[in-house]
Design a protein. Structure first.
Ligand SMILES: NC(=O)c1ccc[n+]([C@@H]2O[C@H](COP(=O)([O-])OP(=O)(O)OC[C@H]3O[C@@H](n4cnc5c(N)ncnc54)[C@H](O)[C@@H]3O)[C@@H](O)[C@H]2O)c1
Length: 299
């Protein structure tokens, strides 16, 4: 229930998707304080009961969202966070043995941790979902929309691969409404490198100024939970353990996925250009390196 957990909680309450919201933090006072504070919103939001709880109590919930762990520091890369956050993952997973709902991983490095949470909980691949590049895709859509003076909701463009430095923008598949972005009047190929850099550096720019990112990831996660629990069957980019897609397995990374109330129903492998495929493989190698480092630090 730090920066990210509390933002997710208020966004979930605003979405009206839950009747009961359980909060946990290793610092018990924080979870209790947030529960008291959030309950005072009941005059304004769809009714829901919020209370602090032990992680073991969450085993009967339909979904559990993990944000536990340290955030990034200015200049620090996500893999550096791994060592501390992997120990927390082991601890929390132990408390969730027997859980049958959906596990949403937000803590960074989110791709490697999606893999470790799946391994440590023993849950099937389709029920452990990392927010992955869903946030990067939202940032990309906002930046493209801003350049073109088109609302972000009419920009259909996705980031796949790592939620991090090697994230891959699928430029060849990007659309404005039903028009390919690269054919859009006013678009220039020169924009692509700049925008990619802006998406990649977005988190660092925010962390540099305010110490954390929270509001957008709060909305991203609350939206993901809403679409999952309402069985909305949307296609979005989230991180999931791969089982042979593009020849990759034993790592989690983001690809477009069809989601349902049961989790990830289908992982979609779009046709990519040679350059995009090469970048995706680089992204996979980077995540694999992080996982191998994490496995060594945890052994
Ligand atoms: N995936 C994304 O797109 C995305 C976006 C933003 C932040 N994040 C990540 O989310 C994580 C949380 O960030 P934050 O800014 O909220 O950090 P924070 O330090 O504000 O909050 C983390 C909280 O976790 C708690 N905690 C630590 N160990 C715990 C345990 N074993 N059980 C229960 N609670 C525990 C801490 O007490 C703290 O309150 C970080 O890893 C950050 O990098 C991910």
């Amino acid at each position: 229930m730090g920066w990210v957990g509390s933002s997710i909680a208020i966004s979930i309450l605003q979405s009206g998707i839950v009747k009961e919201l359980l909060l946990n933090d290793i610092q018990k006072d924080i979870a209790e304080g947030e529960a008291l504070d959030l309950n005072h919103s009941s005059s304004f939001l769809p009714s829901a009961k919020v209370r602090s709880a032990e992680i073991e109590e969450m085993k009967t919930c339909r979904a559990v969202i993990v944000t536990a762990g340290r955030g990034g520091k200015p200049g620090e890369s996500r893999p550096e966070l791994l060592r501390e956050n992997i120990e927390i993952a082991r601890n929390i997973s132990r408390k969730l043995i027997g859980f049958e709902g959906l596990l949403i991983v937000v803590t960074n490095p989110v791709d490697a941790l999606t893999h470790f949470y799946r391994v440590y909980t023993g849950l099937p691949e389709h029920r452990v979902i990392g927010t992955g590049t869903f946030l990067d895709s939202a940032r990309l859509r906002e930046i493209i929309g801003d350049r073109l003076k088109v609302d972000a909701k009419s920009i259909h463009a996705d980031v796949i691969g790592e939620h991090g430095d090697t994230a891959v923008v699928m430029w060849s598949r990007a659309m404005v409404g039903s028009i390919p972005l690269r054919s859009w009047d006013g678009w220039s190929a020169d924009y692509e490198n700049d925008i990619e850099r802006e998406v990649r550096n977005a988190a660092q720019e925010i962390i540099k100024r305010k110490g954390a990112t929270n509001h957008a990831i709060g909305l991203v996660t609350a939206t993901l939970i809403k679409w999952l629990l309402r069985d909305e069957r949307r296609v979005l980019t989230v991180a999931v353990e791969l089982t042979g897609q593009y020849g990759l397995k034993n790592i989690a990374l983001s690809l477009p996925c069809l989601i349902s109330a049961d989790g990830i129903e289908r992982i979609i492998c779009p046709d990519l250009t040679d350059q995009e495929t090469e970048k995706l493989m680089r992204s996979a190698r980077e995540i694999d390196k992080t996982i191998q480092n994490g496995a060594q630090s945890g052994s």
